[in-house]
Design a binder for this molecule. Structure first.
Ligand SMILES: [Zn+2]
Length: 169
């Protein structure tokens, strides 16, 4: 059973209570992420465990999964890319505290205001987007067209020309 996700939360309290959040958030609610996508369709699947580790660090661990629609930069057709983020955040109250965090946590800086769960998930997804999105070779329309065109002898690079070049150098 998936419970309704809260809009905002206090990560410190959640950590101390050892809470678990599981649910879905519509991609359309994530405006900054949506501007980076071809269409803001679908949902992010969120599973987060809040806790306190042996060193006393309040932390958030879990996964965020989504299928985002991007434009393939090779063939310019829309493509659906599965994104899976492993979340490992240490809850900190200041930059100085963030610097003392052990290496396997990214800092989650919290202040007076409660944290927006949607923004937290959105930030993680934005960081996980590829710089350049492309279909897998073989699944890309552009790559398929290339393969179908016979390469003529004129277009083939002559391996001996490369050797000649090497000798001259
Ligand atoms: Zn493509």
């Amino acid at each position: 059973m998936l419970a309704r996700l809260p809009e905002t939360l206090d990560p410190l309290r959640y950590a101390e209570a050892g809470r678990i959040l599981e649910g879905r958030i519509a991609i359309a609610k994530m405006r900054r992420l949506a501007t980076l996508l071809h269409e803001a369709a679908g949902e992010a699947e969120v599973a987060l465990n809040f806790g306190v580790d042996l060193d006393g660090t309040r932390n958030v661990q879990g996964t965020i999964k989504a299928a985002v629609v991007l434009i393939c930069q090779r063939c310019l057709a829309p493509m659906t890319l599965p994104v899976r983020v492993s979340v490992s955040l240490g809850v900190v109250g200041s930059e100085a505290e963030a610097e003392r965090l052990s290496g396997h946590y990214d800092p989650l800086l919290v202040g007076e205001d409660p944290v927006s769960l949607t923004e937290l998930v959105e930030d993680e997804l934005i960081l996980a987007l590829p710089v350049v999105a492309c279909h897998e070779l073989g699944g890309c329309h552009a790559a398929q067209t290339d393969q179908q065109e016979p390469v003529t002898d004129d277009e083939r690079p002559n391996p001996f020309a490369v050797l000649e070049q090497l000798k001259r150098d």
